[in-house]
Design a protein around this ligand. Sequence first.
Ligand code: NAP
Length: 487
Amino acid sequence: MSPSSLPVDPFDLVIFGGTGDLAVRKLLPALFHRFVDGQIPASSRIIGIAREALDDDGYRELLRTSLSGTVDATQLDAFLQQVAYRSLDARKDEGWADFAALIKAQPDHVRVFYLSTSPELFVDICARLGQYELNKGASRVVMEKPIGRDLASANQINDAVGRVFDESQTFRIDHYLGKETVQNLLALRFGNALFEPLWNAGHIDHVQITVAETLGVGHRGAYYDRAGALRDMVQNHMLQLLCMVAMEPPSSLAPDAVRDEKLKVLHSLKTIDDSNAAQLTVRGQYRAGVAEGASVPGYPDELGHGKSNTETFVALKAEIANWRWAGVPFYLRTGKRLPNRVSEIVVAFKPVPHSIFDSAAGPLAQNRLVLRLQPDEGVKLWLTIKHPGPGGLRLRHVPLDMSFAEAFGVQQPDAYERLLLDVVRGNPTLFMRRDEVEAAWRWADPILAAWAASGEAPRPYAAGSWGPSAAVALIERDGRTWNDDSE
Ligand code: NAP
């Protein structure tokens, strides 16, 4: 076992929505990988819950089909022996007493209730967990996004869950925070003397955060059309990334030390509302185009009802009103059907104050620190160096490149692997506290209100392009460009 694989106490992990896409595609594979690494204690149980009438063997077969492939069949069999299934309807009483007895049969186990269902069911599920006293002792609840669609609905969910589970038992998951690169951001900023003295408005020109997907809305249309890119990506994942870049050094990695600092950033975000949303935000919606070499339909056609006012793309300029970041723009951009699948944070430093090189040496470019979250997690620091050889002093802009997979010779674990075990350990550092979710909605709500009040439709963009031209104009107006790592 590697030193990072600390043992965990025996646990029962109950996945509500155990037959759903997230559970089958992400959570169970993550648990299987931890099992293969010897991190799942032998008496631990993983229990899938959904309404579908399956027994334990039926559920195991369903998982076997989705997990098999490159995995060792003997290990898969052994893992599946720790997996069980109960058919329950979150909204009906039937079956809950038996389920409660099953859980109470292991009173010493840590209990994790993972709510991988639509959020409308969170309230019913938690109420029943409370009714059967399954919230007592070392019990934890994990909530998937979206936590509400605005501040009011987020409060409703948090209040209802909070009636059953204490905040210290509540883990609001944002899988971006489990990514290796995000934690490396902490290591880079606070484990090296090099960056922190420069990490402020005096030396940083701007920050860009891009989360680009090549996929369209696919089978998630019903959910997505009610959400849109601002709610689905910006309010949670991208603001969390922004906080990790912008927060003050916490006094330690204690959960509340980190989360207090993130909260201060959220509170310091300048308001975007109907007075400035037209200048600071761009909404887009993809139309038919070519993505990954194939012709694809536009968003309204993919939805099947031909018309929608939901944005599949957002670009915006955020600002943090505090001493460290005054005047430093944070450009955020996310969308579906963009040319590349890439998530990255770019910290662009100010140019040197004076060039000593003559024009024949070539232009001086900004230093940039590029933190890539996907694909190929890693860090690049773009530097100016002299082109090697005797041909005169010519400047080149090249990256110090640290791809984690190459540097450490291993494929990085999926974010869910780390986060699931953090829940079992009871470590909430990488999870969102209630006040963070509320502060993020307090910032997002006026943007949504401004868009609704404007009555403007999202700007169309061709699938396979980088969004509407207005998104390019948003950053170019300030004399800057979106990062293109191909240079
Ligand atoms: P999904 O594929 O639609 O799965 C929903 C699950 O809930 C199914 O197992 C379903 O099974 C179960 N379910 C529905 N009604 C139920 C009820 N009344 N009682 C008990 N179980 C019930 O959804 P998903 O894509 O896995 O997403 C789950 C949650 O995670 C959503 O909140 C989603 O927004 C969030 N999320 C998903 C992803 C992703 O990649 N999929 C990513 C981030 C967040 P039965 O119909 O048999 O009951």
